[in-house]
Design a binder for this molecule. Structure first.
Ligand SMILES: Nc1ncnc2c1ncn2[C@@H]1O[C@H](COP(=O)(O)OP(=O)(O)OP(=O)(O)O)[C@@H](O)[C@H]1O
Ligand SMILES: [Mg+2]
Length: 508
């Protein structure tokens, strides 16, 4: 049997925490091999060992049958291994072009040959339909675009073994379809792929085999074609998973959030990226903003929450004008925000888990006395939330958030925001990167908020989530609300037509 990669008996410890315990992964040449496991199971850690970012305490790695030592990412590159990281490693003040070329610059007479590089990048981006603007700065682009840049960066290097660590979590459904095609083309060209995803549909669609990890242990490797999604989730979680979501009857009250004629101007194009948008969210209601990425939904939320200044318009919370209030004041007034970019706006990565849980509340008397933080109170509070939201990490409340797994970082934000008992929760892609169990849990939490008479504004690119969770769908297209729909009376296909701008139900 020809394996391109053999990882045998890999054990990786962080302090006295075993992130990987005797794990095996064997990838055949020319296959797409999926890696499945709950948040914190050890998937990214295993890939970091393969890519030379971490050294395993025990175990061996063979590439094409030969034992190798991979001490750093350069060794990995020399062995023709490329990786798309879950947490982007892009330099913020670089342009997209510079980021892709970084580390692979070709030089002539001491000068960078940028024009050649640009040509190759543009060709790759056209060929693989990964739309980017080579001259935009990393700091100004959305997470979806950052993901496309990461993928292009890997393709630019032309490696034989490709690791995709959750590339689809931040892509739109259209981009995911494209990426699936790209991956199939790449294996047809003779490459081998390791693909990490929490979405069983995607694994079903592209992968040949799938290895399942649970809490750092190897559970098994299966043939994807002959295994059902239910069987895979059971292997992953260790028990049967309930896919059904119960939702009591809608019972709305007064208006909680009211947005009036909001206009936001884009920093890059100077156009109205949000154009005169008005809508309301009532108590007891989940309103979803649906749309194809880049139609102004991110900026709409930035405008409402105060992350970006607005051109004109008004935001009212419980009837009070909060348009110009500070972010802290908005938070105290009852606004919670689960942001799209969890690293940039949701967490302080070098703070501990417990510190991140009190970012909006540390100044309250329960956590502070005469300017001194009451650390015991903070710790007890963190322990409660960790338990309640099943936040998994190596060092409990003391864990540094940067070292936590992607899905568990997301849970930290959700726990912090929901536990403040807000009047409105603005949740942008709240289940991005979460495993099946955690996704189900978050959906139930949002529905609980609604059933307790709170308002929820959900922004999601995932149509399944939109259809399942929301009570009302507002479709945004080119910065305007073009449809106001009841999910019970609309099909996914119709929703697609509104999202692509071919249909509209709200007058211009
Ligand atoms: N540098 C580190 N220091 C301490 N603990 C770490 C470090 N890196 C990872 N861990 C811990 O190892 C465990 C596995 O993390 P890993 O990122 O591999 O999970 P994952 O399977 O990729 O999860 P997700 O689906 O959420 O991305 C987690 O509990 C994490 O907190
Ligand atoms: Mg991971």
């Amino acid at each position: 049997m020809e394996y391109v990669i053999e990882m045998n008996h890999i054990t990786k410890e962080f302090g006295n925490f075993k992130a990987l315990d005797d794990v095996t992964l064997c990838v055949k040449k020319g296959e797409i091999h999926a890696l499945l496991g709950e948040n914190g199971a050890g998937k990214s850690t295993l890939m970091s060992v393969l890519f030379g970012l971490y050294q395993a305490e025990r175990g061996e790695i063979k590439i094409n049958g030969k034992p190798v030592k991979i001490n750093n990412p350069n060794d990995a590159n020399n062995l023709n291994i490329g990786m798309v990281h879950q947490h982007f490693k892009l330099v913020h003040n670089f342009t997209i072009l510079e980021s892709i070329v970084l580390g692979r610059e070709t030089v002539k007479g001491g000068f960078l040959k940028m024009e050649e590089a640009r040509k190759k990048v543009v060709e790759l981006s056209d060929h693989y339909k990964l739309k980017i603007d080579p001259d935009a700065y990393i700091s100004d682009i959305t997470v979806g675009m950052q993901q496309r840049v990461e993928i292009l960066k890997m393709l630019y290097c032309d490696n034989d073994i490709l690791i995709f660590d959750e590339p689809t979590a931040v892509l739109t459904p259209q981009e995911i379809d494209e990426l699936m095609k790209i991956m199939k083309n790449l294996v047809d060209e003779g490459k081998s792929i390791i693909f990490i995803s929490h979405k069983l549909n995607e694994i079903k669609a592209v992968a040949n085999r799938c290895t399942v990890l649970r809490k750092g242990h190897y559970i098994g490797t299966i043939e994807v074609e002959t295994t059902t999604k239910e069987e895979m989730s059971e292997m992953m979680v260790g028990r049967k998973v309930n896919f059904h979501l119960d939702k009591p009857e809608l019972n709305t009250g007064d208006v909680t959030l009211s947005v009036k004629d909001l206009t936001v101007v884009s920093k890059t194009s100077h156009k109205n990226i949000v154009n005169q948008v008005s809508f309301e969210v009532k108590k007891g209601e989940i309103v979803c903003i649906a749309g194809i990425d880049g139609n102004g939904q991110s900026e709409l939320v930035y405008g409402i929450t105060g992350l970006m200044s607005i051109q004109s318009g008004q935001v009212l919370l419980n009837g009070k004008d909060i348009t110009r209030e500070s972010i802290r004041k908005k938070s105290i007034d009852g606004m919670a925000h689960i942001p799209e970019d969890r690293h940039k706006h949701g967490l302080v990565l070098d703070y501990s888990l417990q510190e991140n849980l009190v970012l909006q509340t540390y100044f309250e008397p329960r956590f502070q006395n005469k300017g001194i933080i009451r650390f015991n109170a903070v710790r007890e509070y963190a322990k409660k939330l960790i338990n309640q939201y099943d936040i998994r990490s190596g060092q409990g409340e003391e864990s540094i958030v940067r070292d936590m797994s992607g899905g568990n970082q997301q849970k930290v934000i959700i726990a912090r925001e929901l536990d403040r008992d807000p009047d409105i929760v603005i949740a942008v892609q709240p289940t991005r990167g979460l495993d099946i169990g955690a996704t189900e849990y978050i959906h139930r939490q949002l529905i609980n908020q609604r059933d307790n008479g709170k308002a929820v504004l959900l922004v999601s690119l995932e149509l399944d989530e939109v259809m399942e969770v929301s009570d009302r769908i507002l479709v945004i297209y080119e910065g305007e609300i073009v449809a106001d729909l009841d999910p019970k009376n609309v099909t996914v296909q119709e929703l697609g037509l509104y999202m692509s701008g071919s249909k509209r139900s709200v007058k211009a």
